[in-house]
Design a binder for this molecule. Structure first.
Ligand code: SF4
Ligand code: SF4
Length: 302
């Protein structure tokens, strides 16, 4: 029985594929996109989130930490994240919920039990389960085991993926996934490396592989609209030509950027995006129009 590490399970999700769904968020991602909305999904380890507005500076966490990873000085709360091993003793002892441990280990059976709770809702709404993250393919052995169990139970499966995984790993999940929510961000490789940390070669190859296997109708592309990064005329034109050349994809969803600076602060992570960068409505309309011109159905939001 394999185990995986997840950081959230969202029930009654309506933006992660058709119908009413349960979305399972896997930890670990090989990308590090500047605008990532789930920065708690990037590291494979359990991490602490600190909510300053809930803290009463009682120093309980500092006292109980066996590794002395917390220091509090005159209402300044510091976590030494290099020393912290994610044991969770501090978050369990915190009286106000100012510390939350992100990430938990689950077995396939435990996860299936959670997913099965809403089977009736999936059936009545045409929904199912969506695996998101993080990048679920980063825990491919666990993912495949869970996918197989879902298939045995006739539960519709969607994979929300960056598409970044070795070809053999990507290929190994294809038969167990009903719908691919496939991110497409930047056409230019250098820009892709700059803003996500990895090349887009594998991503393009895996997308082509899906089409070669005749799965175009089972793909919804997801395009994050990030001001000054993905929404440039050059990128939109290049992506539109690339998608048109692939033939067989019908839909793209535009995901406009919104600011989540606070989440990064709570995790003690650097936030590279300038704030207040929500794309203007005219820009969204312009991009929608460009993708419609190549025959895609364009939805705004997931
Ligand atoms: S235990 Fe919780 S409330 Fe007390 S100092 Fe630590 S984080 Fe703040
Ligand atoms: S999670 Fe454990 S090691 Fe990390 S700060 Fe809390 S008590 Fe210390």
């Amino acid at each position: 029985m394999k185990e995986g590490i997840i950081f959230d399970i969202k029930r009654y999700a309506i933006h992660d594929g058709p119908g009413i769904r349960t979305t399972v968020f896997f930890k670990k991602c090989p990308l590090n996109c500047w605008w990532c909305h789930n920065p708690e999904g990037i590291s494979p380890s359990k991490e602490l989130m600190y909510f300053e507005y809930k803290c009463i500076f009682c120093k309980t966490c500092q006292l109980v930490c066996p590794l002395n990873a917390i220091s509090i000085n005159e209402r300044i709360h510091k976590i030494n994240r290099e020393s912290c091993n994610g044991c969770g003793i501090c978050s369990e002892s915190c009286p106000t919920g100012a510390l939350r441990l992100v990430g938990r280990t689950v077995t396939c059976n435990e996860l299936i039990e959670e997913i099965e709770k809403d089977t009736l809702l999936y059936d009545s709404s045409g929904g199912g389960v969506t695996f998101s993250g993080g990048e679920p393919l980063s825990q491919s052995a666990f993912l495949i085991e869970v996918l197989k169990e879902c298939k045995k139970r006739y539960i519709h499966t969607a994979l929300d993926t960056s598409g970044y995984a070795p070809g053999n790993i990507f290929e190994s999940v294809i038969d167990y996934v009903d719908l691919f929510l496939f991110d497409i961000k930047l056409f230019d490789e250098k820009n892709h490396i700059k803003y996500t940390g990895v090349s887009n070669k594998l991503i393009k190859q895996n997308l082509s592989l899906l089409l070669e296997k005749g799965r175009g109708k089972d793909i919804i592309l997801r395009f994050p609209v990030i001001t000054g990064i993905t929404d440039t005329e050059e990128n939109i034109e290049s992506l539109a030509s690339f998608i048109a050349s692939l033939k067989g994809i019908n839909e793209i969803d535009l995901l406009p950027f919104h600011d989540i600076c606070e989440k990064y602060q709570r995790l003690g992570k650097e936030y590279k995006m300038p704030t207040n960068q929500a794309p203007p409505e005219e820009k969204i309309k312009y991009i929608k129009n460009k993708f419609e011109k190549i025959g895609l159905f364009v939805k705004i939001g997931g």
